[in-house]
Ligand binder design. Structure first.
Ligand SMILES: [Zn+2]
Ligand SMILES: [Zn+2]
Length: 336
């Protein structure tokens, strides 16, 4: 079919109007900075002698996702390093035996080299106060590198309120500007009382800590957790959400199948990233409990209220027993 110039002009006009309209429905639509997630993450094996302590993944040149090896600690948490034009932000410092300080030093120095800069201040913040996210605090505070002056924000309600400017905890939304990169901060108590979720406007990633990730979602305070989930839902409504990134992976690629608590080697793991829809699933699950805590299994995660102390004990002894058995074989684990 032949198209005359006037028809073509009309079509282009209609198309560009459509594109414009599509963008106006999302405040940041079309301006999101992209990145890539890895096909798979290292886990703790099969041969612990071969694995680095941390896997560093470049999401894009200004966002790095690191994962601690399961050979150093079964929690194998994720840690995030974001760069703005003025400051860098480290979200969490890893679990015990992480030895994170040399890893951060190396990454920041490489970034400085790549960007032809001599120094950048580093702010250390946390998703929450549990020891598998704060174990590297002391080593990083003592880093003493003139190229990387450190500002440390303790994992407490008070320190977070002050740093992000959250006047009324947990209702108000705070923020931090890394230089041409504003990160919104939402108080999300429930898994732990000082918990914070961060929304990076540049990449449209919502960092949810241990509140939301593919695995067992341990809930300490059910009413607070529910309100926090609603806060994340309300905040992200109408905004782009490229990924929800939590701090652990506890599920396999097979729907509903989790690893044994405490497992070192976790081959064929579920991907880290989740969609905003999981917040709606969580909302639905919490509502169905009618204030009576119960375990609910979903395709990619489990709601796991910790109200019953015997359940907590049972979980603790399962982790201990798994560790006792698996540590003996961690140098040469069975491949699946
Ligand atoms: Zn936690
Ligand atoms: Zn954790």
């Amino acid at each position: 079919m032949r198209i005359t110039h006037s028809v073509l002009g009309f079509l282009v006009g209609v198309l560009s109007m459509t594109a414009l309209n599509a963008q106006t429905t999302q405040p940041d639509g079309g301006k999101i900075r992209p990145g890539t997630m890895p096909v798979s993450w290292y886990s703790g094996g099969p041969k612990c002698m071969e694995l680095p302590e941390w896997q560093a993944h470049e999401y894009n040149p200004d966002l790095y996702i690191m994962r601690q090896s399961g050979c150093t600690d079964y929690e194998q948490p994720f840690v995030f390093l974001l760069f703005g034009t003025q400051r860098a932000l480290l979200l969490d410092t890893g679990s015990r035996n992480g030895n994170i300080e040399p890893e951060i030093k190396l990454l920041v120095h490489r970034w400085l080299m790549r960007n032809h800069r001599s120094s950048i201040p580093l702010i250390i913040v946390h998703t929450h106060a549990h020891s598998d996210h704060t174990a590297g605090d002391a080593a990083l505070q003592a880093m003493n590198d003139p190229a990387i002056p450190v500002t440390f924000v303790a994992a407490t309600v008070e320190a977070n309120q002050k740093f992000y400017g959250i006047k009324n905890w947990p209702e108000d939304i705070g923020s931090v500007d890394l230089g041409d990169r504003i990160i919104d901060a939402l108080a999300v108590p429930g898994h732990e009382k000082s918990a914070i979720a961060l929304y990076d406007r540049q990449t449209a990633i919502l960092f949810t800590g241990d509140n939301v990730y593919p695995g067992r979602l341990f809930i300490e305070d059910l009413p607070a957790y529910m309100k926090s989930n609603q806060r994340m839902l309300r905040f992200t409504a109408g905004k782009p959400v490229a990924h929800i990134l939590g701090n652990h992976v506890g599920r396999t690629r097979t729907p509903y199948i989790a690893y044994t608590p405490g497992a070192i080697y976790q081959p064929d793991a579920h991907e880290l990233q989740l969609l905003r829809g999981v917040l709606l699933e969580i909302e639905e699950g919490l509502e169905s409990m009618h204030d009576k805590p119960q375990r609910i299994y979903y395709r990619d995660f489990t709601l796991w209220p910790l109200g019953d102390p015997t359940l907590k004990q049972e979980l603790g002894s399962t982790i201990e027993e798994t560790q006792r058995q698996q540590r003996e074989h961690m140098w040469d684990q069975e491949q699946h």
